[in-house]
Write a protein that binds this ligand. Structure first.
Ligand SMILES: [Ca+2]
Length: 361
């Protein structure tokens, strides 16, 4: 409005100048002043446009990342911490949570309660196909209590594919359980699956196995749980052609010490109370927070720097790095990395990020 008014005044002055009164000294001075005004107006307009554009791009840059979390929550405790971290991260828009492996319906009920307790019952929960149970459902009592439990949950694979169709190229799929749902989704509609923005996976063991946190001699890689429990699906994922970010055992054996636990569990917020209950049902002492690193990576990628690698998943579930061919022997098929892999992280930096977020009121 102000800009338009200024322009009208300037136009009026220019028209006055153009009137046939002859060119006098005073008119020349006036003309120079008006020219300066026009120049100022043009700069003002350009700046306003720039400001509007940079404000739009800032909005775009800060638009929350759309995520779907595929989890086997309820056995180990790290999934609960991963979901809690996602809930406490305004950088993320959680489109839904899907459950995989074992008693998927009971896992969905556990999530119903967790989400209900923290006021996020709006987040859809979908259950994948059940598989024979392989480990103890340690947090079963929490799930069975039935607070907020829904009687029916949609099918996880259908839900995932529908969300991808609705948001092509925009969804980050966070895979923190055995890859049953993901393999099924690829099998059912590979083209749609390829419209994911990316998959961020906790899985694999490149150079380090369980228990090797870098303070002793390395004892080599091992088949990792999420890969081992559905090797064909893992092979499909690594061949799917979707950008894949992998947080293996090498960078995710993050032990939550007693001081951090004590601090967190006395906060008394809905989310720390839920974690407190789940932690005690888990009934072990020191949690290893493998899964939350996926969420931490999405929000703050420098917590787990990645490098391109080509990973081959063998029939025993090992995730073997394929060495790039030496230049002299580089005939044949080109070496194409199929994943961005985080091989090292700093636990102190991770917990400095995680704990204040979870503890915040
Ligand atoms: Ca998990």
């Amino acid at each position: 409005m102000v800009r338009d008014r200024l322009f009208s005044l300037l136009l009026f002055d220019v028209l006055n100048l153009a009137a046939p009164r002859g060119i006098k000294q005073t008119t020349m001075v006036k003309a120079r002043a008006i020219f300066a005004c026009i120049l100022t107006w043009m700069v003002f307009t350009a700046c306003a446009r720039c400001a509007a554009q940079s404000s739009t791009s800032a909005t775009l840059q800060t638009a929350p990342e759309k995520v779907i979390i595929d989890t086997d929550i309820g056995d180990d405790i790290d999934d609960a911490f991963a979901v809690a971290l996602a809930l406490r991260s305004p950088e993320l828009q959680i489109l839904g949570i899907t459950t995989t492996f074992g008693d998927t319906e009971m896992r969905a009920k556990l999530l119903d309660r967790l989400l209900g307790e923290v006021g996020r019952a709006d987040i859809p929960v979908a259950a994948g196909p059940p598989t024979p149970p392989k480990t103890a459902f340690t947090q079963l009592r929490y799930a069975e209590a039935g607070h907020f439990a829904k009687t029916l949950h949609p099918d996880a694979v259908t839900f995932l594919l529908e969300e991808i169709r609705r948001n092509p190229g925009e969804i980050t799929l966070v895979a923190i359980g055995p890859l049953v749902n993901i393999g099924s989704a690829i099998e059912k509609d590979r083209d749609t699956f390829r419209k994911l923005k990316r998959v961020v996976l906790m899985g694999g063991s490149i150079y380090r196995g369980y228990g090797d946190v870098g303070n002793g001699p390395p004892h080599g890689p091992q088949p990792e749980w999420n890969i081992l429990n559905d090797i064909p699906s893992a092979q499909k994922l690594f061949a799917a052609g979707v950008p894949l970010f992998v947080m293996p055992l090498d960078s995710t054996q993050l032990k939550m010490d007693a001081a951090n636990r004590k601090f967190l569990f006395r906060q008394g917020t809905p989310i720390t109370d839920a974690l407190t209950l789940l932690y005690h049902q888990w009934a072990q002492e020191t949690p290893t927070l493998f899964d939350p690193m996926t969420i931490a990576f999405i929000v703050k990628p420098e917590l787990c720097p990645v490098e391109p690698m080509r990973i081959h998943i063998d029939e025993k579930g090992y995730t073997r790095p394929v060495e790039p061919p030496k230049l002299a022997n580089s005939q044949g098929a080109p070496y194409v990395p199929n994943a961005q892999v985080c091989l090292k992280s700093n636990p102190d930096d991770f917990f400095h990020f995680l704990v204040p977020r979870l503890a915040a009121p």
